[in-house]
Ligand binder design. Structure first.
Ligand SMILES: [Zn+2]
Length: 349
């Protein structure tokens, strides 16, 4: 079969090439690829800055945002041939740490977890792949290709769950939500916020293109410019840019008792703005919380699938701005100005 492979640590090493069929040791459930979404992590791996090949190998099959159709469910009785499934990305560490031991591999404590298409396990950008019972989510058939949006939805689903956990601190009735960044993660965060009944605002740099209308059509309010200019103090900020100045402005702007959930990963940038002591003062005097959130476990996959199934499918369709065949992976990894979510389409849908 053919697959998109990469040599982690080596820039521009991505190839669409012949590889062996997925080994039965990688799972009893055999799946035909329908589509795989691409994100910044894939771009980073393709540029040699991130990623780990499986032990004893140089190359890794790329791709962690999967959608496939079951060919052979093996002994898994909840599946039948033709079902649409999404593979779970992370696997628990082998020790395991206490969190992995209870199925919270997204909260792994020792960093020895593995991740499909990212860290030491082949991903989903292959014509066929396998998964183990317990490491897939069965998708509502009405979603079709839109099931490829599940993995990014799990990321924001977990973020929302962590924000909800902050209710245990005190009496708290959050209403105003600011999402920074109108990429796929920001859009899906806004979608879930609206589903929860919040007054959701989304901020991005652009003033043109599809993003402002998409934000409006999901039931949220679009802003461009600075966080400090939105004209209100958010109760919750879901930060999806990883940009230092945006994070600093979020810390300045969030209301008393507010929560900032960081989901974006950036690095560097100007260090002017708030010093650590100033950050501490902002947090202490307003009882604010800043928390980080990454990855997702089985519960988040299950809930995100429900959120997607309940969403306006026509709106979700507009998030997928480009569908590219796997042989054109190099073009697919180049982010265009109008791209929201780019999807590699295996032509099986
Ligand atoms: Zn662990």
């Amino acid at each position: 079969m053919k697959a998109v492979t990469v040599q982690p640590g080596v820039a521009d090493s991505v190839r669409f090439e012949e590889v062996p069929e997925p080994d039965e040791s990688t799972g009893s459930i055999l799946v035909e690829a329908v589509a795989v979404g691409l994100c910044g992590t894939d771009v980073e791996i393709a540029s040699g800055k991130y990623g780990w090949a499986p032990p004893g190998r140089d190359r890794l099959i790329l791709g962690h945002e999967s959608l496939g159709r079951v060919i052979d469910p093996g002994p898994e009785r909840s599946l039948k041939p033709g079902d649409l499934v999404v593979g779970i990305v992370r696997r628990p560490d082998p020790v395991p740490c206490p969190n992995c031991a209870v199925g919270e591999w997204d909260m792994c404590r020792n960093g020895q977890y593995t991740e499909r298409g990212i860290k030491e396990i082949d991903g989903f950008l292959s014509e066929r792949w396998r998964t183990e019972p317990g490491y897939f989510t069965k998708m509502d058939p009405s979603l079709g290709l839109l099931g490829v949006l599940l993995e990014p939805t799990t990321v924001v689903g977990k973020a929302w769950e962590l924000v909800g956990a902050m209710r245990a601190r005190a009496f708290w009735e959050p209403r105003l939500v600011l999402v920074t960044g109108a990429g796929p993660i920001g859009m899906l965060a806004a979608m879930i916020g609206v589903q929860h009944g919040f007054d959701v605002h989304v901020l991005d740099r652009v003033t043109e293109g599809a993003k402002p209308q998409l934000v409006h059509d999901v039931g949220a309010t679009y802003h461009s410019g600075a966080v400090t200019d939105v004209g209100f103090q958010p109760d919750v900020v879901i930060e999806c840019t990883g940009v230092g100045s945006v994070i600093v402005d979020a810390i300045r702007s969030v209301g008393s008792g507010g929560v900032i959930c960081l989901t974006g990963v950036g690095s560097g940038g100007p260090t002017s703005g708030l010093s650590p002591a100033d950050v501490a003062k902002e947090l202490v005097l307003q009882n604010n919380v800043i928390l980080g959130s990454v990855n997702a476990n089985r519960r988040h996959f299950y809930r995100a699938a429900e959120a997607l199934a309940a969403a306006d499918h026509a709106w979700l369709e507009r998030l997928i701005t480009r569908q590219v065949p796997p042989q054109d992976i190099a073009q697919a990894l180049k982010h265009g100005p109008d791209d929201i979510k780019v999807v590699v389409d295996f032509g099986a849908s």
